[in-house]
Design a protein. Structure first.
Length: 77
């Protein structure tokens, strides 16, 4: 059984990978894009799969813009 070297470089993550992880975290912890209704209110109901996918894509784009903005600010420093 081979053991990993403690000198191994950490994996490199692209901005898209970081944005995707950020989007997944937000979506899972908040229920983002699922719709849902509050107790006692008969709302519109849950979103269609297409609407849910569109919400997640919009969230991913927002996460990418934040990550890219942060990366460009670090480069200027």
């Amino acid at each position: 059984m081979a053991e990993e070297s403690s000198n191994a470089a950490p994996p490199v993550h692209t901005t898209n990978e970081v944005a995707l992880e950020m989007m997944k975290f937000i979506a899972v912890t908040t229920g983002y894009g699922k719709g849902g209704s509050a107790a006692g209110f008969a709302g519109k109901g849950s979103k269609s799969p297409e609407e849910y996918a569109e919400s997640l894509l919009q969230l991913f784009e927002r996460c990418r813009s934040v990550i890219n903005k942060d990366a460009s600010n670090k480069e200027k420093s």
